[in-house]
Design a binder for this molecule. Structure first.
Ligand SMILES: C[S@@+](CC[C@H](N)C(=O)[O-])C[C@H]1O[C@@H](n2cnc3c(N)ncnc32)[C@H](O)[C@@H]1O
Length: 180
């Protein structure tokens, strides 16, 4: 099982290889996790970012990881030997349902690798609406994309959006840092 084989089955995987740890550090390494109770990861894949996030969060903080691909989800469940990680085989727009199920009101930060450009307009809007609704006032929504096409859409949902280009990954990516 690889990104390439899963991508050939479904374009919603959005990548033919895993992202780099160094992209992860650049995206979310400097967030404030000191008082965080719950972080949400959208699109866990094979867990490169999941492992990096677990190194950063405190021992009481939970990490809710959404992943729709069954094979990746199984791999995440098999390899994530950490009680803080909750692997959810469901789609990203259900953030609120799962936060509530785990007794949280809002996510402290949301870290997304979702291939937004592969999604229908309806799904993309649904995910972004839920992300803004269930993000803490002081939290950040982090997203990377291979092309800058969703900048305006993110601006429509978030009060502030910063976009940077990063060569810490192959292929290089655009990183968005959004807040309410
Ligand atoms: C570009 S890959 C990134 C995986 C990993 N985080 C990385 O950076 O290497 C995107 C992941 O999002 C998952 N995905 C696609 N649509 C999703 C959805 N609606 N909800 C949750 N995960 C989804 C895909 O199955 C895939 O594993």
């Amino acid at each position: 099982m690889s990104y390439l084989s899963e991508f050939l089955k479904s374009k919603s995987v959005g990548a033919v290889s895993s992202s780099s740890k160094s992209l992860g550090k650049y995206m979310f390494g400097n967030l404030d996790y000191s008082n965080a109770k719950v972080i949400v990861e959208l699109g866990g894949g094979q867990g490169v970012f999941t492992h990096e996030i677990l190194k950063l969060i405190n021992p009481e903080c939970k990490l809710l990881v959404f992943e729709t691909n069954e094979a990746f989800c199984k791999k995440l469940k098999d390899t994530m030997q950490d009680d803080r990680a909750v692997i959810i085989h469901d789609s990203a727009e259900k953030i609120g349902d799962y936060l509530q199920k785990h007794n949280f009101e809002k996510a402290d930060h949301i870290i997304s690798s979702l291939p937004l450009s592969m999604f229908s307009l309806e799904l993309k809007e649904d995910i972004l609406q839920n992300a803004t609704q269930f993000l803490s006032d002081r939290g950040q929504f982090l997203q990377f994309q291979y092309a800058p096409f969703d900048y305006k859409r993110l601006r429509d949902h978030f009060g502030k959006v910063k976009m940077n280009f990063s060569i810490r990954n192959f292929p290089p990516v655009f990183v968005y840092r959004c807040s309410l």
